[in-house]
Design a protein around this ligand. Structure first.
Ligand code: ZN
Length: 346
């Protein structure tokens, strides 16, 4: 079977149904408890798969329906972190948040997401992708009262993530994605140990590996930060040359409606590129032609066999109609470019 040309995918979250969690806000609390919650999460996951499949998304994910937060839901299941003991820290140098404290050696007793991933595997024959936080983004979401070293804690988390990634692979996950928005902020640490700890998290996997680096959800703190970045966002210039040399297979980046210069993609030539052709900071649904236009521009810098049309980031804060409309736009825009490419090839 020939692989799909330009397989579409989403970066991460989709809105949750209102019976499961309060809609249109990030990290909203669950509306159900106990067994009802477990069942509700799986029903929501089923719907997320159904909507992605119906709307032509080729690489299917769980839409993060079983998770409240892309970092803390994983950390909640680890030893060594006290969620009652909270400190206020600055997240990604941008906004203050009350976060849990590392009080002892971190470790994982049992797989965190493997059962959910197995359930996702049962729902579709399409390739599936699962997202985990990256080591640097994890340490940036905690107060460390134990290791007292960001690097040391990152190496510990990398080892834990690698165990989890191996379990996800065994559950049938085809692509394991690590979310590292911190790579767009802490350049020195990224160069010193950030890439190395990411590679440690991905070590020995047969599944494909991806890293997602973005400018964040469309929340005020992120939008204000973006306003300070000037007319060209060149942050990827720091990470891409290192990622090109790395063992990571796929790089997921923000593109449509951003000020990222398209030619920076040249810096990861040879890697697969998950290209953000859908804006997650704006409710306006892209037209298929707009999506196609973004993809055509990117194809100057990435080989068509390596391009995965995607979203800029997660879509959890949107209404369901907007998010689903954007999925359809992504597929429709991709179809236009597929047609053009097949004409050129034949
Ligand atoms: Zn993101």
């Amino acid at each position: 079977m020939t692989p799909t040309l330009l397989p579409t995918s989403i970066v991460g979250s989709l809105p949750k149904p209102s019976w499961l969690a309060q809609p249109e806000i990030l990290w909203s609390p669950w509306n159900l408890q106990g067994d009802d919650l477990a069942e509700g999460r799986r029903d929501a996951l089923r719907i997320a798969v159904h909507e992605q499949t119906n709307r032509g998304i080729d690489i299917v994910s769980d839409g993060e329906q079983t998770r409240q937060h892309f970092v803390t839901t994983f950390i909640e299941h680890l030893n060594g972190v006290d969620f009652e003991k909270r400190e206020t820290v600055r997240i990604r140098d941008r906004y203050d948040a009350s976060v849990p404290t590392v009080v002892g050696a971190v470790s994982r007793e049992k797989p965190v997401f493997a059962d959910d991933a197995k359930f996702l595997r049962q729902q579709t024959d399409q390739p599936i992708k699962w997202a985990l936080p990256g080591p640097m983004t994890m340490i940036d979401t905690l107060y460390d009262g134990y290791y007292k070293s960001r690097e040391k804690l990152a190496w510990e988390f990398a080892a834990v993530l690698n165990q989890e990634a191996r379990d996800l692979e065994a559950a049938g996950v085809d692509i394991i994605q690590f979310d590292e928005p911190a790579f767009n902020v802490f350049f020195d640490e990224m160069k010193d140990w950030g890439i190395a700890t990411l590679e440690r998290a991905a070590e020995g996997l047969r599944a494909e590996t991806a890293v997602h680096i973005c400018y964040g959800y469309g929340i005020t703190a992120n939008n204000d930060w973006k306003a300070t970045l000037g007319s060209e966002w060149r942050q990827y210039e720091e990470s891409f040359p290192l990622l090109r040399q790395s063992t990571i297979d796929i790089v997921s980046l923000e593109c449509h409606n951003s000020r990222v210069p398209m030619d920076l993609i040249e810096l990861i030539r040879g890697k697969k590129v998950m290209l953000g052709a859908i804006d997650v900071a704006n409710e306006t649904i892209e037209t298929p032609e707009e999506v196609a236009d973004t993809l055509r521009k990117a194809l100057k810098f990435v080989d068509s066999d390596n391009l995965i049309p995607s979203t800029n980031c997660g879509m959890a804060p949107f209404s369901r109609d907007v998010a689903l409309g954007k999925l359809s736009a992504l597929s429709a825009g991709t179809s236009i470019v597929r047609e053009e490419l097949s004409v050129t090839r034949s």
